[in-house]
Design a protein. Structure first.
Length: 273
């Protein structure tokens, strides 16, 4: 996403403010491709100290966020100013380093899904180097009730939204798909308490997944980080709690990068309960 159509030769003539011009140039460069302090200062041809001060100001305002690897990405302030398509691309860019870390640490495929109405859509996936791979789910649209990814999103909804969804026609994909409203409510309550949830073959028989919601600055679920693999090996015996803790930690880190914090915004899990 390129947020501002600026070139490297920003005019500094009458009527312009140099620091604003430089900040916009920096935002434009980050929108084109995220980067670290030294990389960005080289790309915009500014001193590292100057770039650092600008980045600190932009980060404080929420215009950029700094990832765990030190790279800067477009932040929640700018997300609200761009189109849905551009926002999705930015979410993918922020999610991707987390997917790499999840896949490496847990040795299974890691995915990011966005929320689209009453469905989730997987928009990015990082595979693990395994001889037996599960299908790549990029581009797949899944109803909210069919697996852990959608249920952790519903856990952030209020009761009226949940009632509306559960009153609809809930598709069955196999014998493991849960369509009973009472059982789904129980699963939603579990997700509200734990903020992370397992599912086993509810959408595709033989696949298990562990999901946690990504919360935006508005307090709403924008997407889901999840890890999945063949049920015969995932999770390994006695490893489910550790995996859940890792997935939850990554989802909370990404949520913080998008501007959500329990001190700044109501906890959607608590508000919904």
């Amino acid at each position: 996403m390129r947020c501002f159509p600026l070139s490297g030769n920003v005019g500094l003539g009458m009527g312009t403010v140099q620091s604003v011009d430089r900040a916009l140039l920096l935002l434009s460069e980050i929108g084109r491709e995220p980067g670290g302090l030294v990389d960005l200062s080289t790309r915009v041809r500014l001193a590292t100290s100057t770039t650092g001060r600008l980045l600190a100001t932009l980060e404080h305002a929420g215009a950029v966020v700094r990832g765990d690897d030190g790279s800067y990405h477009i932040g929640p302030l700018v997300h609200g100013m761009v189109s849905t398509t551009d926002s999705t691309a930015s979410l993918e860019a922020i999610a991707h380093p987390h997917l790499i870390d999840l896949s490496e640490e847990l040795d299974e495929a890691a995915c990011f899904s966005i929320v689209s109405g009453d469905d989730t859509i997987t928009v990015d996936q990082v595979d693990a180097p395994k001889p037996i791979q599960a299908e790549n789910w990029t581009g797949t649209r899944v109803p909210m009730h069919a697996g852990s990814a959608g249920i952790v999103v519903m856990a952030t909804w209020d009761d009226r939204e949940i009632d509306r969804y559960l009153a609809g026609n809930l598709a069955t994909f196999n014998d493991n798909t849960i369509t009973d409203p009472g059982k789904l409510r129980s699963r939603i309550r579990q997700a509200r308490v734990r903020r992370v949830l397992w599912s086993h073959g509810e959408y595709v028989d033989g696949l298990s997944s562990c999901s946690s919601p990504v919360i935006g600055g508005s307090g709403r679920a924008l997407g889901v980080l999840y890890v999945y693999g063949p049920s015969f090996r995932f999770p390994a015996e006695g490893d489910a709690d550790r995996i859940a803790a890792v997935v939850l930690d990554r989802a909370e880190r990404m949520s913080a990068e998008l501007g959500w914090s329990q001190t700044s915004y109501p906890d959607p899990m608590s508000e919904a309960s």
